[in-house]
Design a protein around this ligand. Structure first.
Ligand SMILES: Cc1cc2nc3c(=O)[nH]c(=O)nc-3n(C[C@H](O)[C@H](O)[C@H](O)COP(=O)(O)OP(=O)(O)OC[C@H]3O[C@@H](n4cnc5c(N)ncnc54)[C@H](O)[C@@H]3O)c2cc1C
Length: 475
């Protein structure tokens, strides 16, 4: 195969239109009428303008697109939904084909093996429902329409994580098309380096056409939310942050300080209010679960919905937006949240503070999330006691800048308590990707990327460079 270096003019894109073997694949170009619709990311604040948008319907078509791109010196960026399109769109996409995986939509549950196989474009809700039909649960996150591939390749932190670990640890096999245009199946005994790299290394190593992961033998959990007025934030935060790090593994929660807009779509009890919400799930029987969350109940919430909940309902628990919308998120990892850290956070976003941040969220880490997973991939656990996420609506670029600045201020204010690490699933701006991984993993990731994508055809949102890509051994 003759391979060009990455193109810098539009002649390669022109050649792509005529490239033999691509005629029957849905590919949309900037001057096609459907281009603006095809290029929309789930996050509507992101304006991505690629050289083309391809929507393959099977792995063979993915192979053909990648091989054509490689020959022509173009690049290919896999994208399932565009929940995390920000870092991708921050670079020039003039030579980049965005490959939408939405049509790779198979879902197959194997109740005997207790595994679920999904296509590379499937989002969580239908997979949760399909597993539930067999009395099984899968390790989804807080949003029904996040792509399983993007979420899992980035680690995957959900309501069962402190019990069952990050979602990447439950991956059994991944089928993907490498940057060299090769279709491979990686698992614990085949392409083991690649299997290690994809479990946390994001879309840098291949375009996932299907993945198989473990499903677990339960169909309900003790789950719900508790709510207080924001004036209670100091008391509630104080109790929760003391309880969370050593809470039993069975429980995973989040604490949010929320400023709800006064819009009709929001239910009356919370419309226009500022509140504190703790939600989460406990994998235990009702009595044990109630005992585990008793310290939170003792804080006297004005609303408490905790109780037995089927997994198909639990996936909606966090009330994340279920349709595309414009937003901006800033995040960091906290090694601890001691008295001074809690005071700093409340000074920044607590009662009486004016801020455009609708949500300031702390995710409870620790438990199985905090422990390396035997035989796991590059990201089998997370260091730190909490992940901090600040977000707001970004209906205009000006609004996005205001929300981004407010988020950055909070992260800066909390910097004495951060641990220098990044959880890249929560990083929606270009960021220090290296901080997403253990120090000793970087060279190995770069080596594996060089092997499977020697010409740098793939473009992930969070890029792991190839060896010597920037003239240095590890980029
Ligand atoms: C509302 C909301 C809630 C969230 N909740 C959680 C949560 O609870 N836990 C958590 O861990 N994260 C959560 N996230 C973060 C989410 O996991 C990341 O944004 C993730 O990258 C989204 O994947 P996606 O495929 O939907 O997005 P995309 O923007 O489509 O993909 C992000 C990146 O993943 C890679 N990728 C996607 N699909 C493929 C594929 N088929 N093959 C190869 N690479 C691929 C690409 O590099 C791509 O740039 C949330 C995000 C949002 C916006």
């Amino acid at each position: 195969m003759t391979v060009s270096t990455i193109s810098t003019d539009q002649s390669a894109v022109r050649e792509l239109r005529e490239f033999p073997g691509l005629e029957d694949i849905a590919i949309v170009y900037p001057d096609d009428p459907g281009y603006d619709e095809a290029r929309i990311a789930w996050n509507l604040a992101i304006d991505q303008r690629p050289a083309a948008v391809a929507s393959p319907t099977n792995a063979c078509e993915v192979v053909r697109i990648v091989r054509a791109a490689r020959i022509l010196g173009l690049q290919v960026a896999p994208q399932s939904t565009g929940h995390n399109a920000g870092p991708l769109a921050a670079q020039s996409l003039d030579d980049v084909i965005i490959l939408r995986t939405g049509a790779l939509d198979e879902i197959r549950v194997d109740p005997e093996r207790k595994t679920v196989r999904v296509g590379g474009g499937v989002v969580w809700k239908p997979a949760v429902d399909a597993a539930a039909a067999h009395g099984l649960s899968v390790l989804h996150g807080s949003a029904v329409d996040v792509g399983i591939a993007g979420y899992t390749l980035g680690g995957g932190l959900g309501w069962y994580s402190r019990s069952l670990g990050m979602a990447a640890n439950s991956l059994v096999a991944v089928e993907l098309v490498t940057g060299a245009g090769e279709f491979l199946r990686a698992d614990a005994t085949h392409h083991t380096d690649l299997f290690w790299a994809v479990r946390g290394g994001g879309g840098n190593f291949g375009i996932v056409t299907a993945m198989e992961f473990r499903a677990y033998d339960f169909s309900t959990a003790y789950a719900g939310l508790m709510m207080w007025d924001i004036s209670e934030a100091p008391r509630v935060l104080d109790a929760w942050r003391r309880w969370a790090p050593d809470a039993p593994d069975e429980v995973t929660t989040s604490l949010r300080i929320m400023r709800i807009p006064p819009i009709p779509e929001v239910p009356e009890p919370v419309r226009g209010r500022s509140i504190v919400v703790i939600d989460g799930a406990v994998l235990a029987d009702d009595d044990q679960a109630a005992r585990i969350i008793e310290p939170l109940r003792a804080l006297g919430p004005e609303m408490d919905t905790f109780g037995r909940m089927p997994s198909e309902v639990l996936v909606h628990l966090h009330m994340d937006p279920e349709e595309p919308g414009p937003g901006h998120v800033t995040s960091t990892m906290l090694r601890t949240l001691d008295d001074a850290a809690a005071a700093a956070l409340l000074e920044a976003v607590g009662p009486g503070v004016e801020t455009p941040l609708m949500i300031v969220e702390l995710r409870q880490l620790g438990g199985a999330v905090g422990r390396p997973h035997e035989g796991g991939g590059v990201l089998s656990h997370l260091d730190g006691e909490f992940a901090l996420v600040c977000g707001g609506m970004a209906p205009t670029p000006e609004f996005a800048s205001v929300v981004a600045a407010a988020g950055a201020q909070v992260v800066e204010r909390m910097s004495p308590w951060t641990n220098g690490r990044n959880y890249l699933n929560f990083a929606e701006d270009p960021t220090d990707v290296r901080a997403g991984y253990p120090e000793d993993a970087w060279l190995r990731l770069a080596t594996i990327r060089s092997a499977v994508d020697p010409d740098g055809v793939l473009v992930a949102n969070h890029r792991i460079p190839r060896l010597y890509e920037h003239g240095e051994a590890t980029g």
